[in-house]
Design a protein around this ligand. Structure first.
Ligand code: ITT
Length: 192
């Protein structure tokens, strides 16, 4: 990984897996990603965009450094969208085994991951949203990735995200799609 790029973004996150996924996309755009793991402002809201927007703007007002925030959640149709914006709390409390227990006997396994990316790169604020549709497996499979990866199978695949390496997951993922769109937009806005 080279350490000088045309652009640098501070990625405000405590999740090193997210950093690896975003870096894999960023190198195609000559963007360096530096993890900023100081705690971020976490508001309670139903929309991921609102959560990410507040965290990014709050960070920028304090530190004046170009910042990227990404918030994601797993939305399960038969559970009326749960855990959605509460995915982090659901993962910490019941985990993916808890989700599988809630879905015992339910045949409709449809779900999607949604990601919202906010970049503050003065004078611009960029917001992009993307989803990956798929289904919840009957049992956990795979050891790679993080969070709900062992129980999510993207459409067109037989493997869960946890059975894929970073580049393979990025071919499908909500995060890779939202981040690529945000990087495309950044590069068209900031033509140095
Ligand atoms: P931040 O510090 O960036 O907030 P986080 O791990 O809390 O890191 P999110 O708030 O974006 O990340 O995501 C909430 C939860 O949703 C996360 O803890 C995972 O359990 C789950 N999740 C999000 N994206 C995922 C992905 O790509 N694969 C598996 N689980 C994911």
């Amino acid at each position: 990984m080279k350490d000088t790029c045309k652009y640098t973004l501070y990625f405000l996150t405590g999740n090193k897996h997210k950093v690896l996924e975003v870096k894999e996309v960023a190198r195609k755009y000559d963007i360096c990603i530096v993890q900023e793991s100081i705690g971020k402002l976490e508001i309670q809201a139903k929309d991921l965009a609102e959560i990410a927007w507040y965290a990014a703007v709050n960070y920028y007002l304090h530190y004046r450094k170009p910042v990227l925030v990404e918030d994601a959640g797993l939305f399960i149709k038969s559970l009326n969208g749960f855990p959605g914006p509460y995915s982090s709390y659901a993962f910490k409390t019941i985990g993916f085994n808890g989700i599988l227990r809630l879905m015992k006997g339910i045949d409709d396994r449809e779900a999607y991951f949604e990601s919202v990316v906010v970049i503050v790169y003065e004078p611009y604020i960029i917001i992009e949203r993307a989803r990956v549709y798929g289904e919840i497996s009957r049992a956990p499979r795979g050891k790679k990735g993080f969070g709900f990866d062992p129980i999510f199978i993207p459409q067109g695949e037989k493997r869960t995200f946890a059975e894929m390496d970073v580049a393979e997951k990025n071919m499908y993922s909500h995060r890779a799609k939202a981040v690529s769109r945000a990087f495309e937009k950044l590069l068209t806005l900031v033509k140095v």
